[in-house]
Write a protein that binds this ligand. Structure first.
Ligand code: HEM
Length: 491
């Protein structure tokens, strides 16, 4: 018995010494405890604020033990050094739950894959996106079609004194992705299936960041325990399985329809054509489904939520709303919808879109990047295999290039002529991240934000029903709380 106790003490001492030896290999952060790391200090919500507060104590590069070591970087210089200057070193993702649960097959798709397969899927998807954006610009046509349907819906069925614009915007953005991926639109009066899966994604983004999932991520065996396993693993997995089957059904339908050689009409067709033409073993059905799932997941909540933020800011700052509408009327008039060819002539509107993205700061930190080998970040040693979490929220909130950072001021993006963009300010506005893993859908998202936002402002004046509440729900995407508004005809 006493031998067992001595063995236990010796093992514990070795473990503790080894743990603190490891702690010294990483940038200094809040003091971690053996086994649990900083888990006891990690707040249940608003992680972005906690990370920001820590950066004021430990600087812009520090480690949080969750209980796995995670290096947090919170300023532009470190993010640029990691993802641009040393881009190749930080392209891997951490292959652990909860992120890895998104895909039914390991290392498939774009969002959570790594290495050669990530490179292949990203390259193929970007090629398809580019092909659809060229020539007659299918992407713009699809967005305009979705806008027209949304406008009809807003005109006929919404109580304009207390309008709820949540679903019209969601369906408009959802239909753009759906049309791009699978070539069909949901009808406004027949979209229960769509609503069900939006609910699944929304739930996923909320439950993803809980403490239980952090524990399971560090100690995989915990998923077999009753409560922690349920909260940190099984409920996330169950939630996402319904969603995966929805995507697989839609892909299947397109596979049956497409002959493999005619002009592709949507992403699934184009990917099938690539499979046939290149015969690359990495281009297969598993990866096709995984990419489609990533696009649905990454492209819908972000863009629809961004548009809801835009309208909320317009209600809070009616004088800015009027100024945009004046620019729209001057350049586009009222007889047609705004188009992408109008964009270069509308610097003020562009400045407002940049400022909404900066100020709402709705993607607080990026998916985990992992270092592939021992390296240094601006002189600080980072061991191979370290998870790096970049908090772009802090850059866009604190960087001194943004004078009066907390005020909402679109003019900060324009030089005194009111037309030329201030490149230094733009450079640090990074809602889509930087470098090799930056957002694949950035071009599409920017097009949607411009076309949908300007179409809404052209047609309606949005007036708040009472004080505008700019608070948000915390999650992987910071979502503005649901609101109603009055919609007055603008012309
Ligand atoms: C306002 C809208 C959007 C914002 C703010 C946004 C932001 C981001 C951010 C911050 C990342 C993470 C980059 C990193 O880890 O370094 C990302 C990745 C990604 N986004 Fe977006 N995104 C938006 C819209 C879209 C759309 C419309 C699509 C597709 C149709 C899309 C597809 C993706 C994909 C596939 C990735 C993973 C890239 C990779 O891991 O290589 N996003 N996005």
């Amino acid at each position: 018995m006493s031998l067992l106790i001595i063995a236990f003490i010796v093992i514990t001492v070795i473990y503790v010494l080894h743990f603190y030896w490891r702690v010294r290999q990483y940038p200094k952060g809040p003091f971690p405890l053996p086994v649990i790391g900083n888990l006891h200090q990690i707040p249940d919500g608003n992680l972005e604020m906690w990370f920001d507060d820590l950066s004021k104590i430990y600087g812009p590069c520090y480690t949080v033990w969750s209980p796995l070591p995670c290096v947090v970087i919170t300023d532009y210089a470190h993010i640029k050094d990691a993802f641009v200057t040393q881009g190749e070193t930080y392209t891997y993702r951490a292959h652990r739950p909860p992120e890895s649960l998104l895909q039914p097959h390991e290392n498939t798709g774009i969002l959570n894959s790594s290495g050669d397969n990530w490179r292949l899927q990203r390259r193929t998807s970007l090629k398809i996106l580019r092909d659809f954006g060229m020539g007659r610009n299918l992407m713009e046509e699809q967005i305009v079609k979705s806008i027209q349907e949304m406008m009809v819906q807003l005109e006929k069925s919404v109580d304009k004194k207390r309008a709820e614009i949540f679903w019209p915007i969601q369906l408009c953005v959802g239909n753009v992705i759906n049309e791009f991926l699978f070539g069909f639109h949901y009808k406004y009066d027949d979209c229960d299936r769509f609503k069900k899966f939006v609910g699944v994604v929304d739930h996923h983004l909320r439950i993803l960041l809980g403490k239980c999932s952090l524990c399971v991520s560090a100690f995989l065996w915990l998923r077999h325990l009753p409560i922690i396993g349920e909260l940190g693993y099984h409920r996330i997995k169950r939630n996402i399985i319904t969603y995966q089957s929805f995507i697989e059904e839609e892909v299947e339908k397109q596979v049956e329809k497409y002959d493999g050689s005619s002009e592709p009409e949507n992403f699934v067709h184009a990917y099938l054509q690539q499979m046939k033409q290149s015969a690359h073993p990495g281009l297969d059905m598993k990866n096709l489904c995984a990419c489609a799932l990533d696009f649905w997941m990454a492209g819908m909540e972000t863009t629809s939520n961004a548009l809801r933020w835009h309208i909320a800011y317009m209600m809070k700052y009616p004088e800015i709303q009027d100024k945009i509408r004046k620019e729209i009327f001057d350049i586009v008039g009222t007889s047609r919808l705004p188009s992408m060819s109008d964009k270069p002539s509308m610097p003020y509107t562009q400045a407002v879109i940049h400022e909404v993205q900066r100020h709402s700061n709705m993607v607080p930190f990026l998916g985990t990047h992992q270092s592939t080998h021992d390296t240094e970040l601006l002189g600080v040693k980072i061991p191979a295999g370290t998870n790096v979490l970049a908090q772009t929220w802090s850059v866009m909130r604190n960087d001194t290039i943004f004078t009066n950072q907390l005020s909402f001021n679109p003019d900060r993006y324009l030089l005194s002529d009111g037309k030329t963009f201030d490149k230094a300010v733009l450079e640090k506005t990074i809602p889509f991240s930087l470098g090799k893993r930056s957002c694949v859908g950035e071009g599409l998202a920017r097009m949607e934000l411009f076309l949908i936002f300007t179409a809404l402002i052209q047609k309606y004046e949005f007036v708040a029903n009472g004080p505008v509440d700019m608070s948000y729900n915390f999650g992987a995407v910071l979502t503005i709380k649901p609101y109603t508004c009055e919609m007055r005809q603008a012309y």
